[in-house]
Ligand binder design. Structure first.
Ligand code: BES
Ligand code: ZN
Ligand code: ZN
Length: 492
């Protein structure tokens, strides 16, 4: 999609659809909307009076201009209550406008930068959120269907219109950032929506290797075994699909920050086989890896001045004659031995070795992202990711980064009292408990044993990586969650 910025009066812009806005409860529009209303001989004010335009968040009303403006149609989108306005509303509004544009098959759209005027958001921030909303909101997974219906209609161009020439540069800066972020989020969604027979560890490794400005090392099963990553390989060995442990390095010096993403490209549960209902959804068990991979792409494009390593332990978790069994004891890169209680608690096993690998590289901070526990879905649903860690400062910073990025993170505790749940009779630790309490925390506490005293935060995205039903600017399916939060955090 072409997105550009133009210094012009909105009354002069030729397009199929011109987007203006209104706050809820206003009787008389202001700014650009007032200018358009005047050209339309007071149509907008009349529609407010008649109650058709209320300004409720994401409400859309289309008016035919019938030659009164160079634009063929005008869309008035609701910004909601001005007292509740914040940056994420811009994404919601942009997405609602794009959905309407698609519905009426408007190829060329022009829009004002919502939120920058009466909304009180800085111009570059508003432009960035607008473009994120446009790109994330109009995403559709292309898929493999041979027959494409109307839902595949694509808006060709969006022009952000600003009257004052002096402001164009700062809008353009926001557009550039918003475009990079929006594209990365959508790339991550493509990886997560993609079927497990196509989005294999090998595919992810090839994708990582293509990113400019990143050094990539890939270990196969044999190499990973030689290094001593048996916690990872004991999961991987149960599948014929070749495993890939991917290390992506950005920056000149020694990495300070590690981003670790769970890359289980299909989680059948292993010998502790999952029930078949919704099993196909387990193709999304590499959402953490997808988020880290795309965040690495972003930081390379943005030339962030930090040394960062992305670690993606990728493999399938399958039942097979060579698969690990409940009751097995394996060693890990850390030296700790692990008793397998459930082969379905494989995420923490591949993550444990990836975390130790990061520690051996000498990083000061570890942020891990994983679809780790079904219990996190029960606890928080799909609107917030679970976050826990040993550094309250890092947790706070990530929650704050999520707020600007439009992704909610909710802290869960790592209670001392539950430490004993990881104790095994025959090994240093066991990979899970059988009583099924405090699932996200038990998962987090297991990882903590491998993190030790390195500053660390763990983000459980089991509920947020994939929406069974779309909401706001996110459609049903993969969300690309954490690309925005991680990028916003790393940009500070
Ligand atoms: N990949 C799953 C977690 C998951 C569940 C992600 C639902 C997305 C949606 C993970 O590997 C898993 O199976 N965890 C087990 C842990 C248990 C055996 C301690 C779970 O949640 O049941
Ligand atoms: Zn599992
Ligand atoms: Zn899993």
């Amino acid at each position: 999609m072409k997105i550009d910025v133009k210094a012009a009066s909105i009354t002069d812009v030729k397009c199929d659809l011109l987007v203006v806005n209104i706050f809820e409860g206003l009787k008389v529009p202001g700014g650009a909307t007032a200018v358009i209303d005047k050209k339309l001989n007071g149509s907008i004010v009349r529609l407010i009076k008649s109650g058709e335009i209320t300004g409720k968040l994401a409400e859309v009303n289309v008016i035919h201009t019938q030659g009164k403006l160079p634009a063929t149609q005008v869309l008035v989108v609701g910004l909601g209550k001005s007292s509740e306005f914040e940056v994420d509303k811009i994404r919601i509004v942009a997405s609602a406008a794009m959905a309407e544009a698609k519905k009426i098959k408007a190829k060329n759209v022009a829009t004002i930068v919502h939120g920058a005027g009466a909304g009180g958001i800085t111009l570059p921030n508003a432009a960035q959120a607008l473009v994120e909303g446009i790109l994330i909101g109009s995403y559709k997974y292309d898929g493999f269907a041979k027959v494409k219906d109307d839902s595949y209609f694509k808006v060709e161009s969006v022009t952000l219109v600003e009257l004052q020439k002096a402001k164009v540069k700062s809008i353009e800066a926001g557009v550039r950032l918003g475009r990079l972020i929006g594209e990365s989020v959508n790339n991550a969604r493509d990886l997560v929506n993609g079927p497990a027979n196509k989005i294999t560890p090998t595919f992810l490794a090839a994708r990582a290797a293509k990113i400019a400005g990143i050094k990539v090392k890939v270990f196969g099963l044999n190499e990973a075994n030689k290094i001593g990553m048996h916690s990872y390989t004991s999961v991987a060995k149960g599948s014929k699909e070749p495993a890939k442990f991917i290390v992506m390095q950005y920056g000149q010096g020694k990495p300070e920050i590690a981003l670790v993403g769970k890359g289980v490209t299909f989680d059948a549960g292993g010998i502790s086989l999952k029930p078949s209902r919704k099993l196909w959804e387990m193709k999304t068990d590499m959402s953490g890896a997808a988020a880290v991979l795309e965040t690495m792409r972003l930081i390379s494009h943005l030339k962030i001045r930090k040394n960062i390593v992305g670690i993606l332990p990728c493999c399938e978790n399958m039942p097979d004659g060579e698969a690990q069994k409940p009751g097995d004891v394996i060693s890990s890169l850390s030296g700790k031995t692990i008793e397998i209680i459930s082969t379905d608690a494989e995420g923490r096993m591949v993550m444990a070795d990836a975390i130790t690998y990061a520690k051996k590289m000498g990083v000061k901070k570890i942020i891990d992202v994983a679809t780790l526990t079904g219990a996190c879905v029960s606890a928080l649903g799909d609107a917030a990711s679970g976050i826990m860690g040993n550094s309250q400062m890092l947790v706070n910073e990530l929650i704050a980064a999520g707020k600007t990025a439009g992704e909610k993170l909710w802290q869960l505790p790592l209670l001392e009292e539950y430490k004993d749940y990881s104790k095994s009779e025959i090994a240093d630790v066991k990979n899970c408990t059988e009583q099924g309490m405090a699932g996200p925390s038990i998962g987090g506490l297991f990882l903590k044993l491998f993190v030790e005293d390195t500053s660390w935060a763990h983000i459980d995205i089991a509920g947020t990586a994939y929406l069974g039903k779309g909401r706001g600017y996110l459609s049903t399916g993969a969300t690309g969650v954490m690309v925005r939060t991680l990028t916003s955090y790393l940009m500070q």
